[in-house]
Design a binder for this molecule. Structure first.
Ligand code: A3P
Length: 297
Protein backbone atom coordinates (compact mmCIF):
# COMPACT_ATOMS: atom_id res chain seq x y z
CA UNK A 1 0.00 0.00 0.00
CA UNK A 2 1.42 3.43 -0.88
CA UNK A 3 1.72 6.12 1.77
CA UNK A 4 -0.99 8.13 0.01
CA UNK A 5 -3.47 5.28 0.02
CA UNK A 6 -2.70 4.57 3.63
CA UNK A 7 -3.59 8.14 4.54
CA UNK A 8 -7.02 8.06 2.94
CA UNK A 9 -8.88 8.41 6.20
CA UNK A 10 -7.51 5.07 7.30
CA UNK A 11 -7.40 6.31 10.82
CA UNK A 12 -7.84 4.17 13.87
CA UNK A 13 -7.87 5.65 17.34
CA UNK A 14 -6.01 3.49 19.84
CA UNK A 15 -6.15 3.96 23.63
CA UNK A 16 -2.88 4.61 25.46
CA UNK A 17 -3.28 4.76 29.26
CA UNK A 18 -6.92 5.71 28.79
CA UNK A 19 -6.34 8.33 26.09
CA UNK A 20 -7.23 7.87 22.43
CA UNK A 21 -4.37 8.57 20.05
CA UNK A 22 -4.15 8.09 16.31
CA UNK A 23 -2.65 4.71 15.55
CA UNK A 24 0.74 5.90 14.30
CA UNK A 25 1.18 8.09 17.39
CA UNK A 26 0.00 5.34 19.75
CA UNK A 27 2.51 2.95 18.18
CA UNK A 28 5.27 5.51 18.73
CA UNK A 29 4.35 6.21 22.36
CA UNK A 30 6.82 3.79 23.96
CA UNK A 31 9.74 5.53 22.26
CA UNK A 32 8.30 8.95 23.08
CA UNK A 33 7.84 8.15 26.75
CA UNK A 34 11.54 7.22 26.96
CA UNK A 35 12.59 10.58 25.51
CA UNK A 36 14.86 12.40 27.93
CA UNK A 37 14.97 16.17 27.47
CA UNK A 38 17.76 18.46 28.51
CA UNK A 39 16.95 20.67 31.51
CA UNK A 40 17.23 23.68 29.18
CA UNK A 41 14.54 22.37 26.79
CA UNK A 42 11.16 24.10 26.76
CA UNK A 43 7.88 22.25 26.25
CA UNK A 44 4.77 23.84 24.72
CA UNK A 45 1.79 21.67 25.61
CA UNK A 46 -1.80 22.13 24.43
CA UNK A 47 -4.98 20.31 23.61
CA UNK A 48 -5.19 20.40 19.79
CA UNK A 49 -6.53 23.69 18.39
CA UNK A 50 -5.97 25.75 21.53
CA UNK A 51 -3.46 28.12 19.90
CA UNK A 52 -0.34 25.94 19.78
CA UNK A 53 1.07 27.39 16.57
CA UNK A 54 0.48 30.93 17.82
CA UNK A 55 2.50 30.34 20.99
CA UNK A 56 5.18 28.41 19.08
CA UNK A 57 5.71 31.41 16.80
CA UNK A 58 5.76 33.85 19.73
CA UNK A 59 8.35 31.72 21.55
CA UNK A 60 10.57 31.31 18.49
CA UNK A 61 10.49 35.08 17.87
CA UNK A 62 11.22 35.82 21.53
CA UNK A 63 14.19 33.47 21.46
CA UNK A 64 15.49 35.18 18.31
CA UNK A 65 14.99 38.78 19.40
CA UNK A 66 12.09 39.29 16.96
CA UNK A 67 14.17 38.40 13.89
CA UNK A 68 11.48 37.44 11.38
CA UNK A 69 13.92 36.15 8.76
CA UNK A 70 15.53 33.71 11.19
CA UNK A 71 12.08 32.57 12.22
CA UNK A 72 11.30 31.77 8.60
CA UNK A 73 14.25 29.35 8.48
CA UNK A 74 11.91 26.35 8.31
CA UNK A 75 8.25 25.35 8.73
CA UNK A 76 7.13 25.45 12.34
CA UNK A 77 7.17 21.65 12.96
CA UNK A 78 10.84 21.58 11.89
CA UNK A 79 11.78 24.58 14.05
CA UNK A 80 9.77 23.24 16.99
CA UNK A 81 9.30 19.47 16.67
CA UNK A 82 5.98 17.89 17.58
CA UNK A 83 7.21 15.33 20.13
CA UNK A 84 4.89 12.41 19.44
CA UNK A 85 4.74 12.81 15.66
CA UNK A 86 6.13 10.03 13.50
CA UNK A 87 7.93 10.25 10.16
CA UNK A 88 5.50 10.74 7.31
CA UNK A 89 5.45 12.24 3.87
CA UNK A 90 8.70 14.11 3.91
CA UNK A 91 8.52 15.33 7.54
CA UNK A 92 11.05 13.34 9.60
CA UNK A 93 10.11 11.76 12.93
CA UNK A 94 10.31 14.31 15.72
CA UNK A 95 12.50 12.06 17.83
CA UNK A 96 15.00 12.01 14.94
CA UNK A 97 14.71 15.77 14.49
CA UNK A 98 15.35 16.30 18.19
CA UNK A 99 18.38 14.02 18.16
CA UNK A 100 19.92 16.26 15.51
CA UNK A 101 19.24 19.49 17.44
CA UNK A 102 21.39 20.89 20.22
CA UNK A 103 19.65 21.97 23.44
CA UNK A 104 18.07 24.27 24.36
CA UNK A 105 15.26 23.00 22.12
CA UNK A 106 11.61 24.00 22.00
CA UNK A 107 9.27 21.05 21.74
CA UNK A 108 5.52 20.87 21.07
CA UNK A 109 3.17 18.23 22.41
CA UNK A 110 -0.55 17.52 22.66
CA UNK A 111 -0.04 14.75 25.20
CA UNK A 112 -2.09 15.08 28.39
CA UNK A 113 -0.16 15.62 31.61
CA UNK A 114 0.04 11.96 32.64
CA UNK A 115 1.52 10.89 29.29
CA UNK A 116 4.34 13.45 29.28
CA UNK A 117 7.75 11.71 29.43
CA UNK A 118 8.87 11.78 33.07
CA UNK A 119 12.21 13.33 32.12
CA UNK A 120 10.53 16.72 31.61
CA UNK A 121 9.55 16.77 35.28
CA UNK A 122 12.73 15.14 36.59
CA UNK A 123 14.80 17.74 34.75
CA UNK A 124 12.50 20.58 35.81
CA UNK A 125 12.01 21.77 32.23
CA UNK A 126 9.95 24.88 31.64
CA UNK A 127 6.50 24.14 30.28
CA UNK A 128 4.02 26.52 28.67
CA UNK A 129 0.45 25.26 28.53
CA UNK A 130 -2.19 27.03 26.42
CA UNK A 131 -5.88 26.40 26.99
CA UNK A 132 -8.87 27.58 24.96
CA UNK A 133 -12.52 27.58 25.99
CA UNK A 134 -14.18 24.27 25.20
CA UNK A 135 -16.79 25.48 22.72
CA UNK A 136 -14.42 27.41 20.46
CA UNK A 137 -11.87 24.62 20.83
CA UNK A 138 -14.51 22.11 19.72
CA UNK A 139 -15.53 24.15 16.64
CA UNK A 140 -11.91 24.56 15.61
CA UNK A 141 -11.29 20.82 16.09
CA UNK A 142 -14.36 19.95 14.02
CA UNK A 143 -13.05 21.96 11.06
CA UNK A 144 -9.56 20.61 11.60
CA UNK A 145 -10.91 17.06 11.38
CA UNK A 146 -12.43 17.94 8.02
CA UNK A 147 -9.15 19.11 6.53
CA UNK A 148 -6.69 16.83 8.35
CA UNK A 149 -6.89 13.56 6.48
CA UNK A 150 -4.87 11.77 9.17
CA UNK A 151 -7.80 12.24 11.55
CA UNK A 152 -11.04 10.27 11.40
CA UNK A 153 -13.97 11.77 9.49
CA UNK A 154 -15.67 14.12 11.93
CA UNK A 155 -19.13 13.07 10.74
CA UNK A 156 -22.03 15.47 11.26
CA UNK A 157 -21.66 18.43 13.61
CA UNK A 158 -24.20 17.15 16.14
CA UNK A 159 -22.39 13.82 16.45
CA UNK A 160 -18.99 15.50 16.73
CA UNK A 161 -20.19 17.47 19.75
CA UNK A 162 -20.96 14.14 21.43
CA UNK A 163 -17.57 12.67 20.48
CA UNK A 164 -15.82 15.71 21.93
CA UNK A 165 -17.84 15.53 25.14
CA UNK A 166 -16.99 11.83 25.45
CA UNK A 167 -13.30 12.26 24.67
CA UNK A 168 -13.64 10.07 21.56
CA UNK A 169 -11.27 12.22 19.54
CA UNK A 170 -7.49 12.20 19.09
CA UNK A 171 -5.70 13.13 22.36
CA UNK A 172 -8.83 12.30 24.28
CA UNK A 173 -10.87 14.36 26.69
CA UNK A 174 -10.50 18.16 26.53
CA UNK A 175 -11.82 18.27 30.12
CA UNK A 176 -9.15 15.93 31.53
CA UNK A 177 -6.45 17.67 29.48
CA UNK A 178 -7.06 21.21 30.75
CA UNK A 179 -7.63 19.95 34.31
CA UNK A 180 -4.50 17.77 34.33
CA UNK A 181 -2.13 20.68 33.67
CA UNK A 182 -4.16 23.13 35.80
CA UNK A 183 -3.82 20.95 38.87
CA UNK A 184 -0.05 20.60 38.42
CA UNK A 185 0.74 24.14 37.32
CA UNK A 186 2.12 25.44 40.61
CA UNK A 187 4.01 22.34 41.65
CA UNK A 188 5.65 22.04 38.21
CA UNK A 189 6.11 25.74 37.46
CA UNK A 190 3.92 25.49 34.36
CA UNK A 191 3.01 28.78 32.69
CA UNK A 192 -0.73 28.30 32.10
CA UNK A 193 -2.03 30.64 29.39
CA UNK A 194 -5.45 31.21 27.87
CA UNK A 195 -6.16 31.76 24.18
CA UNK A 196 -8.81 34.34 25.14
CA UNK A 197 -6.26 36.39 27.14
CA UNK A 198 -3.95 36.35 24.14
CA UNK A 199 -6.73 37.67 21.92
CA UNK A 200 -7.73 40.28 24.47
CA UNK A 201 -4.25 41.67 25.04
CA UNK A 202 -1.56 39.96 22.97
CA UNK A 203 1.20 42.28 24.18
CA UNK A 204 0.49 41.49 27.83
CA UNK A 205 0.69 37.75 27.10
CA UNK A 206 3.85 38.05 24.96
CA UNK A 207 5.46 39.89 27.86
CA UNK A 208 4.27 37.21 30.26
CA UNK A 209 5.95 34.53 28.12
CA UNK A 210 9.08 36.66 27.83
CA UNK A 211 9.39 36.94 31.62
CA UNK A 212 8.81 33.21 32.05
CA UNK A 213 11.70 32.59 29.64
CA UNK A 214 13.90 35.00 31.65
CA UNK A 215 14.28 37.28 28.64
CA UNK A 216 14.18 41.03 28.52
CA UNK A 217 13.57 42.48 25.06
CA UNK A 218 13.13 46.09 24.08
CA UNK A 219 9.67 47.62 23.72
CA UNK A 220 10.18 47.93 19.97
CA UNK A 221 11.07 44.26 19.61
CA UNK A 222 8.04 43.26 21.68
CA UNK A 223 5.78 45.41 19.49
CA UNK A 224 7.26 43.76 16.43
CA UNK A 225 6.65 40.28 17.83
CA UNK A 226 3.04 41.16 18.61
CA UNK A 227 2.58 42.33 15.03
CA UNK A 228 4.36 39.34 13.47
CA UNK A 229 2.17 36.94 15.45
CA UNK A 230 -1.15 38.55 14.57
CA UNK A 231 -3.64 36.21 12.93
CA UNK A 232 -3.46 38.14 9.65
CA UNK A 233 0.34 37.94 9.36
CA UNK A 234 0.58 34.31 10.48
CA UNK A 235 -2.15 33.36 7.99
CA UNK A 236 0.06 34.70 5.17
CA UNK A 237 3.30 33.29 6.57
CA UNK A 238 4.10 30.07 4.69
CA UNK A 239 6.06 28.71 7.66
CA UNK A 240 3.10 29.00 10.04
CA UNK A 241 -0.03 28.56 7.90
CA UNK A 242 0.60 24.87 7.22
CA UNK A 243 0.31 25.26 3.44
CA UNK A 244 3.67 23.43 3.46
CA UNK A 245 1.64 20.46 4.62
CA UNK A 246 -0.67 19.90 1.68
CA UNK A 247 -2.64 16.95 0.33
CA UNK A 248 -2.75 14.10 1.17
CA UNK A 249 -2.22 15.24 4.79
CA UNK A 250 -4.01 18.60 4.97
CA UNK A 251 -6.66 19.49 2.40
CA UNK A 252 -6.88 23.27 2.62
CA UNK A 253 -9.79 23.29 0.16
CA UNK A 254 -11.94 21.74 2.90
CA UNK A 255 -10.89 24.20 5.63
CA UNK A 256 -7.79 26.31 6.18
CA UNK A 257 -5.45 25.73 9.12
CA UNK A 258 -5.55 29.44 9.99
CA UNK A 259 -9.34 29.43 9.88
CA UNK A 260 -10.85 32.39 11.83
CA UNK A 261 -8.83 32.90 14.99
CA UNK A 262 -11.71 34.33 17.03
CA UNK A 263 -13.25 34.08 20.48
CA UNK A 264 -16.98 33.32 20.48
CA UNK A 265 -17.12 31.75 17.01
CA UNK A 266 -18.99 28.83 18.65
CA UNK A 267 -22.15 30.96 18.57
CA UNK A 268 -22.22 30.51 14.80
CA UNK A 269 -22.44 26.72 15.14
CA UNK A 270 -24.15 25.66 18.39
CA UNK A 271 -27.95 25.78 18.42
CA UNK A 272 -29.37 27.08 21.74
CA UNK A 273 -30.34 23.49 22.63
CA UNK A 274 -26.86 22.17 21.86
CA UNK A 275 -25.29 24.95 23.94
CA UNK A 276 -27.55 24.15 26.89
CA UNK A 277 -26.80 20.43 26.75
CA UNK A 278 -23.10 21.13 26.39
CA UNK A 279 -23.08 23.58 29.31
CA UNK A 280 -24.93 21.18 31.61
CA UNK A 281 -22.46 18.42 30.86
CA UNK A 282 -19.57 20.90 31.26
CA UNK A 283 -20.74 21.88 34.75
CA UNK A 284 -20.64 18.24 35.82
CA UNK A 285 -17.22 17.52 34.36
CA UNK A 286 -15.61 20.74 35.63
CA UNK A 287 -17.34 21.07 39.00
CA UNK A 288 -14.24 20.35 41.12
CA UNK A 289 -12.03 22.94 39.45
CA UNK A 290 -12.36 26.61 38.82
CA UNK A 291 -10.42 27.32 35.64
CA UNK A 292 -11.34 30.83 34.49
CA UNK A 293 -12.35 30.09 30.90
CA UNK A 294 -14.13 32.78 28.91
CA UNK A 295 -16.38 31.94 25.96
CA UNK A 296 -16.60 35.55 24.81
CA UNK A 297 -14.66 38.77 25.30
P1 A3P B 1 -9.66 28.52 14.48
O1 A3P B 1 -9.87 27.20 13.84
O2 A3P B 1 -10.73 28.85 15.47
O3 A3P B 1 -9.46 29.63 13.50
P2 A3P B 1 -3.46 25.05 16.95
O4 A3P B 1 -2.27 25.84 16.50
O5 A3P B 1 -3.42 24.63 18.38
O6 A3P B 1 -3.76 23.94 15.99
O7 A3P B 1 -4.71 26.03 16.93
C1 A3P B 1 -5.23 26.51 15.71
C2 A3P B 1 -6.25 27.56 16.05
O8 A3P B 1 -5.55 28.75 16.51
C3 A3P B 1 -7.07 27.99 14.82
O9 A3P B 1 -8.32 28.44 15.33
C4 A3P B 1 -6.20 29.14 14.32
O10 A3P B 1 -6.87 30.02 13.45
C5 A3P B 1 -5.85 29.82 15.64
N1 A3P B 1 -4.69 30.69 15.53
C6 A3P B 1 -3.48 30.40 15.03
N2 A3P B 1 -2.69 31.49 15.05
C7 A3P B 1 -3.42 32.49 15.58
C8 A3P B 1 -3.17 33.88 15.84
N3 A3P B 1 -2.00 34.43 15.54
N4 A3P B 1 -4.16 34.59 16.39
C9 A3P B 1 -5.34 34.04 16.69
N5 A3P B 1 -5.65 32.75 16.45
C10 A3P B 1 -4.69 31.98 15.90
Amino acid sequence: MSENQELKRHCLLVPVKGVLLTEHIANNYKAVSAFCPDPSDLLIATYPKAGTTWVQEIVDLLLHNGDSETCKRAPIPIRIPFLENTARLGIPSSLDLLKAMDPPRVIKTHLPFHLIPKGFWENKCKVIYVARNAKDNLVSYFYFHKMNLTHPEPGPWEGFIQKFMNGQVPWGSWYDHVKGYWEEREKRNILYLFYEDMKENPRREVERIMRYLDLSLSDDVISRIVELTSFEIMKENPTTNYTFMSKPVFDHSLSTFMRKGEVGDWKNYFTPEQATEFDEDYEKKMKHVNIPFRTQL
